[in-house]
Structures are given as C-alpha cells and as structure tokens.
Design a protein around this ligand. Structure first.
Ligand code: FE2
Ligand code: FE2
Length: 280
C-alpha cells in the first residue's frame, strides 16, 4: 500500500478504529487484516475527497482500484514476506535445519496464521471433517509467498503432503469465494466489494472453474472452506496452533529431511518462504 495521497492524508486514528468496529476488534486483528482495513479506510477517504461529497461508505469501483496501480511501490499480488505494509521489512529468524510445518507457522506465516487458525477453529466447532479442518488451517498461508491465484499456489505447495480432498479444498476455495451458496450458508463477502470493486465480475477462468467444481462430487470440500473462512475476528477467541497438533500429525506427511530439502517438485517453494532475502 503506497497510495500517493498517503503522504499528505492524515489518518484520524479514532475514526479509523471505529470504522473496523472498535478498539477490541482492532486489537485482535492480524497485522494483515489491520493493513487491509487501513487500505480500505484510506481508499474510502480518497474516494470521498475525489468526489467532493460528504463521506459515504461505499466500495470503490473496479476502475478506481485500477487507477491506483501506478501509485503503488509493489503490486497487490506480492507475498506478505516480500513487501512491508509500511516502512521497511524486518529481519527474519533463522529456521531449523529440518523445518516442519509448525516451524513455518511460527517463523514465517506471521501475517496469515491468525486468520487461518481462526478459520480452522471455526471449522472444528462446526464439526467439519479433518480434511476440511486441515484445509482451513492451510488455505491462505501461501499468501506469504504470493497472493495472486493463491488457491492454486497453495494447493501446489501442499499437494505432496496432504490428502487429495484437502488439496482440492485449498485449490478451489479461491474461485468459490466469489459465488454465493445460500443452501450452504455462504454469502458473497462484503470485503470483496472493497478489495475487487463494487462492479467486479470474476475472470472467465474463475467462472469456468466454479462451474466445473459446482458439479464435482467433492464440491462441498472447498465450499466448507469458504463457509468457515473468517474475517470478522472474535477478539475473545485466541486460537493456538497446539489445538491442531493431532490433525496435522494425522493429515500432514512431514518429510524427514525437512520441508524444502525433500526433493519434491515443490521443495523450492518452501525454500523461498525460508529465504526470501536471497537475491536470486
Ligand atoms: Fe483464500
Ligand atoms: Fe481465508
């Protein structure tokens, strides 16, 4: 986020915190969720000022979002580990020689872990299968590496280590997020109007994917990831990774050599997460 208006626009901290629902909710949000909320807040104010109208809460249009591209120092699809939301990136702790999934959660998935833990916790409370709970726990962590098309990237990252159903759920949750399914309790997220634009239409490949998955016998797996995908964090719920130790143990095949060193076709993706400061 580096809109031109940022340098001159003063953020009214109280108004901003009120806009996300108050201090308690703000305090419980992940760094990424806070950054997104701030982006939406600034976007809204930029829109208000550009229109010269009284502040009205409305999502930006696709054209307004597109007009911001050349006001940014990084592209929106870049992974969390590779660009600071504000200021400089920070030094990363070294990783063990044979890193496990849990090491990555603790040392590299800082921007996404709160969101996926809350989603997996919700899936567990809703009595989902272990395949779905694990998919919820893993569904967005690849956004540390890359955000654009994260469903596909995420499925690729985990495919050698989890069940086919979990892989399927991770891969297709991204496309299904754009399509309401009232029978299963899923509505189009308001957040997407802010992120993609009020008049956004999913790309043809997303639409084709949705139509294919809708007819698939495993449709419910990625659909349940979207149903349990949680953005409205409950400040009273603190979810610990330990809650999922057993599910990870049963559902995730941890390679002995460590993630990144097991010679799978995706080992380099784990190494890139491990060493994002490497110049080549
Ligand atoms: Fe996602
Ligand atoms: Fe998510």
């Amino acid at each position: 986020m580096s809109a031109k208006g940022e340098t001159t626009m003063q953020v009214d901290r109280r108004a901003f915190i009120a806009s996300v629902g108050g201090a308690a909710i703000f305090g419980a949000m992940s760094a990424e969720a806070k950054a997104d909320a701030l982006e939406h807040h600034l976007l809204q104010r930029l829109n208000d000022e550009a229109g010269g109208s009284a502040p009205v809460k409305r999502a930006p249009t696709v054209a307004e979002i597109e007009a911001q591209i050349d006001t940014r120092s990084t592209r929106r699809g870049v992974g969390n580990l590779f660009a600071a939301r504000a200021g400089n990136v920070q030094r990363l702790a070294p990783m063990p020689a044979q890193p496990t999934l849990i090491d990555f959660f603790r040392l590299r998935f800082m921007a996404t872990s709160n969101h996926v833990l809350q989603s997996a916790n919700r899936a567990m409370k809703n009595g989902m299968s272990e395949d779905v709970i694990l998919a919820c726990l893993l569904h967005d962590v690849v956004q540390e590496l890359i955000k654009v098309d994260h469903g596909w990237w995420g499925a690729q990252l985990f495919e050698p280590y989890v069940s086919q159903k979990t892989t399927f759920a991770i891969r297709y949750h991204q496309a299904l997020r754009f399509y309401a399914d009232e029978a299963n309790g899923y509505e189009y997220p308001e957040l997407y109007r802010q992120m993609f634009g009020s008049d956004y239409q999913p790309e043809p490949y997303i639409d084709a994917t949705y139509r294919k998955v809708r007819k698939h016998k495993w449709y419910i797996e990625p659909r349940m990831v979207t149903v349990n995908d949680l953005y409205a964090f409950d400040p009273n719920v603190k979810v610990e990774l330990e809650q999922f130790t057993d599910i990870i143990g049963r559902g995730f095949r941890q390679p002995q050599e460590g993630l990144g060193f097991d010679q799978t076709p995706v080992a380099h993706m784990w190494r890139s997460l491990m060493r994002p400061d490497s110049p080549l």
